[in-house]
Design a protein around this ligand. Structure first.
Ligand code: SF4
Ligand code: MG
Length: 327
């Protein structure tokens, strides 16, 4: 299948201002040269520790920001640099499910008004047409139609996330960025929401960018996984290849901390890789490889020369000098 989403060398830098005259003194390189494709109907997991830039990346791909550089093509249209006003027509195609359903739902609007808001903005349907669609959406996400005229505070966290998902689906999008969609939910209902997202994907042919710090959850839901560190994707691979045989030293360290569900592959405690030091500031990343200050396999070259993110074997992309001689 073809790529529905193509991201190339995406950069999202936020200026830092200081002093009386608010002069720009630097920039936070939250996303610094990220490239990936997402195939139609696929789920690409985007993982990394908090602060690595994965949420900013997801928002930038949907052009919730004016990006600093790079290109974004969604469903055949380059949207990286079109003005916000010109994005209106693309909004129905691409939607977002947010982490915190509490914060993202207006407490003064009824469920029907929340789910129907995108229809108000993008269609000229009658009230009756809109209500039909709202009921259909409530059915799809497993919300009782009788709740349509209640307010969000009357619902549990899981139900509120279903409301958020219904709203995201209102305009029949093709591509949805799910930004930690279950992180704020009780563990007992996380699986229900993930299962709902998977069912909807199958039924509606959706394509997901699934952002999460939860590597076990991503292993469950993603087809391929991209690992982010300090604003960059350091490795991208099919799920099983990544989890069974991580190539990048950072991926190896991340995964060494995740319990292995298959006892036959269970790791001994000694194989846990503890990284020294802290993640550097994205306002002042190291010279050379972004991971060089913490990498257990750092070489002299790593401190001066940034590795190129490249395909080392078919379908497997890594940014690391250790793999540059493999050819
Ligand atoms: Fe480690 Fe060097 Fe590879 Fe960076 S390029 S991950 S420092 S070995
Ligand atoms: Mg985040």
């Amino acid at each position: 299948s073809a790529a529905l989403v193509q991201v190339r060398d995406l950069k999202m830098h936020f200026p830092i201002y200081a002093g009386l005259f608010r002069r720009q003194v630097g920039s936070v390189k939250a996303v610094d040269g990220v490239s990936f494709d997402i195939m139609a109907g696929e789920t690409l997991g985007l993982v990394g520790e908090s602060g690595c830039g994965k949420s900013t990346c997801g928002r930038a791909v949907l052009r919730l920001y004016d990006i600093t550089g790079g290109s974004i093509t969604i469903d055949g249209r380059e949207i990286g640099h079109v003005p916000q006003s010109a994005l209106m027509g693309m909004r129905p195609t691409m939607q977002m499910v947010f982490q915190d359903p509490q914060a993202s739902l207006n407490p003064r609007m009824t469920v029907a008004a929340i789910i129907g808001e995108p229809l108000d903005e993008h269609t000229d349907w009658s009230k009756a047409q809109k209500l039909d669609r709202i009921y259909e959406l409530m059915d799809q996400v497993g919300l009782n139609r009788q709740f349509a005229h209640r307010y969000p505070h009357a619902f549990s966290g899981g139900q509120r996330q279903r409301i958020g998902i219904a709203r995201a689906l209102a305009l029949k999008p093709k591509f949805i960025v799910c930004d930690e969609p279950i992180a704020a939910l009780d563990v007992s209902i996380q699986a229900q929401v993930v299962n709902l997202l998977e069912t909807l994907q199958d039924e509606l042919g959706l394509t997901y960018l699934f952002i999460s710090h939860d590597l076990s959850m991503v292993r469950h839901i993603a087809d391929r996984v991209a690992v982010m560190y300090l604003g960059q994707v350091v490795e991208l691979a099919p799920r099983e290849a990544l989890y069974h045989n991580p190539l990048h030293p950072y991926t190896q360290a991340l995964l060494s901390a995740v319990p292995e569900p298959d006892p036959a592959r269970a790791q001994t405690p000694q194989s846990r890789i503890i990284l020294r030091g802290d993640v550097p500031s994205p306002a002042d990343p190291p010279k050379g490889c972004n991971f060089c200050t913490r990498c257990p396999q750092v070489m002299a070259r790593c401190k001066t020369e940034a590795p190129i993110f490249r395909e080392v074997t078919p379908g497997r992309f890594v940014a690391c000098h250790l793999y540059e001689t493999v050819n």
